[in-house]
Design a protein around this ligand. Structure first.
Ligand SMILES: O=P(O)(O)OC[C@H]1O[C@](O)(CO)[C@@H](O)[C@@H]1O
Length: 553
């Protein structure tokens, strides 16, 4: 259903305390106004209580984790605070006696006020990120600091973990889920229907809603080939499936839609989604992400590496690290991927050059230190933590990576400056602390640019392993299916992620009769609970499906 009047019409009889919880990025004043108007026109007497006015004076400070090292400008560890830390004392509204009265308690943390009815009003995270980046109030604020322009470091490492934990903790008792994307007529779904739908989705193939963000290196492939509207002139980073931020659309094709976080599937149905063993290892964190790096008509990514396992835990607070792989889906002639140290790379020289580039804009001779490889379509590049890398200009890379994605420890950004003359953050000290100086020269090609190995094959199909390393917890396979052929597969108790990397399309069919058409460049999650399924090629071309799965430790 859509609109406040419809949501209000579904309320039980009063008197009531109704809490509306949700992220700091919601426009809470507009929500209160719209909801109160609908309540009053439905004959309710509505009293409003904004919980943000009851936050402890030190709430904002309490929420954030201390940086390691102490004055780090770039990162803080993920906050371990709870929504309850926002308050010295949670407000406890007095329940009205008159049946026509509703007390509406709203704002982040409102669920803690022991309501009779609990609604969750959500705004997908991409809105908060864009609003904070552009200092757009009232949405672009941080948790515990209403009214003040927000800050992205705080949004990523403090607000999101605290808000996600809180949302996940109350998901089982939410009476209505509200999607605030259309602020005037928010779509909503009753809690029982939401949970029934999620239970169904967790046992069949599910696709998340894609979107693209712009960066200084972004290209235009997704704009020209898929028709996406570039946010700031380019379609650099395609969020296909980045679990903590991904949403699933629920609704009728032509009716109202509610976008709900993909993460709710993992929280409410961890064994169905992840499988018992993966759930045991990763909790409810969905550990693999698929995204696009579009540099077609754009520039080079920064030269960077990602944190080693232990550093990731101790400095950034993630239990597993940002291993990556790049699958080249398309590339302009002559395009490259930078990957791995050259045989004679000298890290002292490299550090001096990184510092000179920052201090006085001296260009760094990158290829003295890092190897450049031809970006052939269909090649997978393995990028375990600590490996210096960058996709070059002219590529469409499908990243098949571990879920954390905000830890690019940049060494060099090609002297790029924004409109205000500022460079992007270059946390190169973290970079050097994590750089793997041991894998270099020919070992890079041998270990990280692997040749496909056929795992199994039949008439018109084969499954290849295209990338696996002992230090990485997931492997990347490829299903190759001839026109008119099909391949049988089985999740065998752990989820698969599929992406159609070549060909016109494929149909995924599960044993319980669900079918899902996958078009070129689309990604699909096959939950662990699916078990046996088939992939049938569609069209006159051979189909290549990139598949990722968690492997045995
Ligand atoms: O620092 P840059 O150039 O924006 O590159 C960042 C991107 O690089 C990656 O780490 C891929 O290597 C992505 O996960 C990330 O979005």
């Amino acid at each position: 259903m859509a609109g406040w009047p419809a949501a209000v019409a579904a309320l039980p009889a009063g008197p009531l305390v109704l809490s509306v919880d949700g992220p700091a990025a919601a426009d809470w004043d507009a929500l209160a106004e719209g909801l109160a108007a609908a309540l009053r026109s439905a004959g309710w007497d509505a009293d409003l209580l904004d919980v943000r006015g009851h936050y402890a004076p030190s709430a904002a400070e309490r929420l954030s984790a201390r940086p390691v090292p102490e004055h780090d400008r770039f990162f803080t560890p993920l906050s371990e605070a709870q929504a309850a830390d926002l308050f010295d004392a949670v407000p406890r509204p007095v329940k009205p006696v008159d049946g026509g009265v509703v007390v509406v308690v709203f704002g982040p943390g409102a669920a803690l006020c022991e309501p009779d009815v609990l609604w969750y009003a959500d705004l997908p995270k991409r809105y908060a990120e864009a609003a904070v980046a552009h200092e757009d109030l009232p949405v672009g604020v941080n948790l515990g600091r209403p009214g003040e322009p927000g800050d992205l470091v705080r949004l990523f490492y403090t607000d999101w973990p605290v808000q996600d934990r809180h949302r996940d903790a109350i998901a089982r008792r939410v009476d209505r889920w509200i999607d605030l994307q259309d602020a005037h007529a928010p779509a909503s779904l009753d809690g029982a229907a939401l949970r029934r739908t999620l239970a169904h989705l967790a046992r069949g193939p599910v696709r998340t809603r894609p979107y693209f963000n712009s960066t200084p290196w972004g290209g235009r492939w997704a704009a020209s080939e898929l028709g996406f509207t570039p946010q700031a002139g380019n379609t650099a980073l395609g969020y296909e499936l980045i679990a903590p931020e991904a949403g699933v659309l629920i609704g009728e094709r032509s009716g109202a839609h509610v976008e709900v976080p993909f993460q709710l599937l993992c929280v409410l149905h961890p064994e169905d989604m992840l499988g018992r063993e993966v759930h045991r290892r990763f909790g409810t964190s969905f550990p693999i992400r698929f995204d696009y790096l579009d540099t077609m008509g754009g520039g080079n990514l920064s030269l960077h590496c990602h944190p080693q396992e232990r550093y990731m835990r101790e400095v950034f607070g993630w239990p597993y690290t940002q291993h990556e792989t790049y699958y080249v889906t398309a590339g302009a002639p002559g395009s490259k991927v930078l990957l791995g140290l050259t045989e004679h790379a000298d890290l002292d020289t490299m550090r001096r050059q990184v510092e000179d580039a920052i201090a006085d804009g001296t260009p760094m001779p990158v290829e003295d230190h890092v190897q450049a490889h031809p970006a052939r379509v269909g090649q997978l590049f393995m990028i375990p933590a600590g490996t210096p890398h960058a996709s070059g200009a002219g590529n469409l890379v499908l990243e098949v990576s571990a879920t954390p994605y905000l830890y690019s420890l940049r060494f060099y950004d090609w002297l790029r400056k924004d409109a205000n003359g500022a460079s992007r953050p270059l946390p190169y000290e973290h970079g050097f602390a994590n750089l793997d100086a041991t894998r270099r020269g020919e070992d890079v090609t041998k270990d990280l640019i692997q040749q496909p190995r056929t795992l199994r094959a039949g008439e018109g199909w084969r499954e290849e392993v295209i990338g696996a390393l002992p230090e990485m917890f997931y492997a990347v396979h490829r299903l190759v299916v001839a026109p008119g052929a099909e391949i049988a597969d089985d999740t065998a108790g752990r989820f698969h992620i599929l992406n159609l990397a070549a060909g016109q399309g494929a149909v995924i069919e599960t044993a319980d009769g669900r079918t899902h058409f996958l078009a070129f460049a689309e990604t699909l999650t096959v939950p662990a609970a699916v078990g046996a399924y088939r992939v049938r090629s569609v069209g006159s071309d051979e189909v290549c499906v990139v598949k990722a799965l968690v492997v045995e430790p």
